[in-house]
Structures are given as C-alpha cells and as structure tokens.
Design a protein around this ligand. Structure first.
Ligand SMILES: Cc1cc2nc3c(=O)[nH]c(=O)nc-3n(C[C@H](O)[C@H](O)[C@H](O)COP(=O)(O)OP(=O)(O)OC[C@H]3O[C@@H](n4cnc5c(N)ncnc54)[C@H](O)[C@@H]3O)c2cc1C
Length: 454
C-alpha cells in the first residue's frame, strides 16, 4: 500500500522559488509541504563545501538591489559579505584569442580588435552588455513580457546586423563564452534587453559604492536557513514523477511510491525537468510547447588547485577569458584577503560545456588543464584537478538557466506560467521583473500570494 499524505499545498522543488513560496504560505498558517528530489535543498544554489573552500557551483552574486534575497538573509540570520573589493580583481582577466594572451591595455590597438572608434577600448565581454544598455527599448525590466515588446524578440544576430555590424564583429561581440545560447543566432535580443534593464534597475536600488554581496560560508546558507524554518520540514529525496488532478484534489506521485494529496500544487521545476514529469490532464497548446522546447544553457565548471603562483612568473593576470575549451578561467578569492588567489574555476558555457560533459570527469579536467598550459606555459604542472559540476547533465536541473530563442518570448509570454487547474508554476524562468536568484524568489512569492488570495 502506497504511503499517502494530505496537505493544503504541495510545493515541488526546494530551490529558492519553491522555498520562497513555502515560507510565504507557512508564514500565513498554510500547511504547505515541500518535496525535494535531492538530499540537499537549494537546487541551483549549491556551495561545494566538499572542495575545501567556499566554492560556489551555482548562484553566487547577490545584486545590491536584490531586496528579496537580502531580506530573507536578514530574516534568517545569514551574514552577507560585500564583494565590491573582490570585483575589482575579477575585472582584471586577460583576453585569450587562439592561445594568444592579449592584455587589456594592448587590446585597443590590437589587430584582432574589430570594434570602431571609442568602442575599441571595450573588451569583447563588455561590448554587447554596453550595447544592450545603450540601445535598450525597455523602460523597465517587466516590459520584456509586454505585447508591445514582441518586435524586439529577434535574434541577437539580426539586432546587431540592424545596427550595421558585420559577421566578424558579431562573432567577437557575441560569440565567446556567451551566457545565453550557442551564438548570436540562437538567442532573443529581448532577453538581453531584459537582463540589461534588470541590471540598470539594480544599480538604482544599490547603496552608494556597493556592487553586490555573497553569503558568508556559502550562498547555500540562504536556502538552508529558509528550509530550516519550515514546519512541516521539506521532505528530501522525493523525486516527483507524476501529478494528476481531479476536481479539487491533486495527487503528486513520487518515485519511491509515496503519494501526496492537496487541493493546490506549486511546481518550481525547470522546464527541462518538468517535461519529463507526467501531468494528467496534460498541459496543452503554447504552455505545453514552452515546457517542451524552452532551452537551458549548458554550463560546466571545472575546479582547479594551484601549486604555485605561476602567474607571477609570466606576469599576466591569474584570470583568463579564453575562446577555447577552458572558457573563463577565474581566480577564486575566497579567503579573507581579496588579493590572495585561493583556487581556480574554469567556467564553460554552451558548446564548450557540452564537450566537457561528454568526457569522464578526470579527462575533462585534464583537457582544461592542457588548454591552460598551452596558453600560458608558466602554468605547466602547476594545476591540479579538484572536481567538476555539470548543470547540463544534472537530471534535476537540465541546464544552468533558461534562455529564449528568437520569437519564443512573444510566443510563450502569456501561456508559459499560466495556472493549470490547481497547479501553479514558478522558478527563475518565470521571473517577471527580476532575474537569477531574485527572479526565482519573485516567482515563488507571486504564486504563494495567488494561493493566499483564494
Ligand atoms: C552556474 C550558475 C551560476 C549562477 N550565478 C548566479 C548569480 O551569480 N546570481 C544570481 O542571481 N543567479 C545566479 N544563478 C541563477 C540562480 O542560481 C537560479 O536562478 C536560481 O537558483 C533558480 O532557483 P529555482 O528555485 O528557480 O530553481 P532550482 O534552484 O533549480 O530549484 C528547483 C528544485 O527542484 C528540485 N527538483 C528537480 N526535479 C525534481 C523532481 N522530479 N522532484 C522533486 N524535486 C525536483 C531540484 O533538485 C531543485 O532543488 C546561477 C545559476 C547557475 C547554474
């Protein structure tokens, strides 16, 4: 006989979105039960404490205007650290094109620099960000979902072509380590406008001189503290496999045979995960299409220890922004002194991440170390593989974060987050005015407010 449970609300997923919904519901006296597939809470907030220092595999940077995250950290006693002094060091990374290290100071006059006039001073990673702020048609972040914005839901490639750039410039500006999609043809410009509008809005909310925060002892402290306050507590290792609804009762089925009933369900799963869950009656029309087709970014991080300060031997900055398989090789500074490099993380995205995902972990680590050694011989024999985190192959994430292909925002905006009978959806992909961790919280609080209003 299956183990059966009854609650007022079932919340599926204990990432920030699910936890935000559950905290809000329980604060109002609702019997909300969280079901989480893994043996930890936090989802894509994941502090890799097993690596010995404060390594983050997921959400790390808390914008100084993330009012929800900052509020919840204060409420649950999680200490935030101002990362402004660290960010100056992160900006010091060198550009690497085809194994040639190009210092930032040499970039304006370098022959590979295809930008024009004053734009030549901009590094490739900063270029499209500057353009999405300067050319942004959105008055405020939430406007990305407005029907009037649909005309901007074209590829980044078409948008940049429209601004008069040729293919080589577009590849330099949006072709290396891009956060969304494989290349400029694969992502909607409207998503980049949303992201830029959110960044600008963040800056307005930030206290003078503060760029952002992270959490002491790992960002996972935040979802952990939220989960610790839950009563009933989140049930871990509950892999939801099916949701069936009848009249005013919804049944959530877990892989271990346990069954949970409630009149209301909050589902915070990323669409790449949700598409493998059996929903009865099934999702229909554009909502089904959104769940089945919305892509998520392949992202894999390789963690490396260093045996010596090899960068002092070649005189380049420890951090590199490469156009090869090592992606962005960032010096972590997780000690008390931001000048001290504590380890390295190679952040790979898109095709580079997919290439690493196809290899056994140690071989992926070797490939990245070989790539770094080919770029800077001073690193030879100085790097050691510590571990790897792949979001693309994680069955409970199915990618780092959602992105929208050209046309998908206008097509899915109204339908993708719609209530399906008694099931409400949330998650970072359904943030309306905020992105990342703050967007996840926003979406969770929104669906909780809808239930409380019933
Ligand atoms: C590498 C990386 C870096 C990032 N950096 C930043 C950053 O610096 N700043 C920022 O603001 N954001 C950042 N983000 C984004 C941020 O981490 C996410 O937007 C946010 O954590 C998503 O929260 P969520 O609740 O929507 O989803 P998730 O955290 O993915 O939560 C979903 C939960 O559902 C669970 N689940 C999955 N399948 C099932 C199932 N079948 N049954 C039950 N439970 C299930 C999962 O285990 C998970 O706990 C980053 C993300 C990544 C991947």
């Amino acid at each position: 006989m299956a183990e059966r449970h009854r609650h007022e609300v079932i919340v599926i997923g204990a990432g920030l979105a699910g936890l935000a919904a559950a905290c809000k519901l329980q604060a109002e006296g609702v019997d909300a039960q969280v079901l989480e597939a893994q043996e930890r809470v936090g989802g894509r907030v994941h502090s890799m404490r097993q690596l010995g220092s404060n390594q983050e595999a997921g959400g790390t940077y808390i914008g100084a205007g993330y009012t929800r995250i900052i509020g919840v950290a204060e409420r649950f006693g999680v200490e935030l650290i101002d990362v402004t002094p660290m960010l100056a060091f992160f900006r010091e990374q060198e550009l690497v094109l085809g194994n040639e290290i190009i210092r930032q100071a040499d970039w304006p006059d370098h022959p590979a620099n295809l930008f024009n006039g004053d734009d030549r001073a901009l590094m490739p990673w900063a270029y499209y960000r500057m353009l999405t702020v300067k050319e942004n048609p959105l008055a405020q972040p939430a406007d990305w979902l407005a029907p009037a914005s649909a005309r901007h839901d074209v590829s980044v490639y078409d948008w940049l072509k429209g601004l008069g750039f040729d293919d080589a410039v577009i590849k330099l500006a949006y072709g290396i380590n891009v956060s969304f999609g494989e290349d400029a043809g694969d992502v909607s410009a409207l998503l980049l406008f949303f992201r830029a509008a959110f960044s600008v809005a963040q800056r307005r909310l930030s206290p003078e001189g503060v760029a952002g925060y992270t959490a002491k002892n790992g960002v996972a402290r935040i979802p952990e503290a939220m989960a610790a306050a839950l009563d009933p507590p989140a049930q871990l290792q509950k892999v939801v496999v099916a949701i069936t609804s009848e009249a005013d009762d919804t049944t959530v089925h877990c892989a271990d045979g346990s069954v949970y009933h409630a009149p209301q369900v909050v589902c915070s799963l990323p669409f790449g995960v949700l598409r493998h869950i059996k929903i009865e009656p099934p999702l229909r029309g554009l909502q089904a299409e959104a769940v089945n087709t919305l892509p998520a970014q392949a992202m894999t991080q390789v963690y490396l220890a260093h045996k010596s300060n090899f960068w002092e031997a070649d005189g380049f900055s420890p951090s590199l922004f490469t156009d090869g398989v090592a992606g962005m090789v960032a010096a972590a500074r997780n000690g008390t002194d931001p000048k001290e490099v504590t380890s390295f993380t190679a952040w790979t995205l898109g095709a580079n991440a997919t290439r690493l995902d196809a290899l056994p972990p140690a071989a992926a680590g070797r490939l990245v170390i070989d790539a770094i050694e080919a770029i800077r011989p001073a690193a030879k024999g100085q790097l050691e593989f510590l571990g790897i985190q792949s979001w693309g192959t994680d069955p409970f994430a199915q990618g780092g974060w959602a992105y929208f292909k050209p046309g998908q925002i206008a097509r899915f905006a109204a339908a993708m987050g719609a209530r399906h009978g008694q099931i409400r959806f949330c998650g970072e992909h359904l943030g309306r005015a905020s992105r990342g961790m703050e967007g996840a919280m926003e979406s969770g609080e929104r669906v909780a407010a809808e239930i409380l209003a019933l």
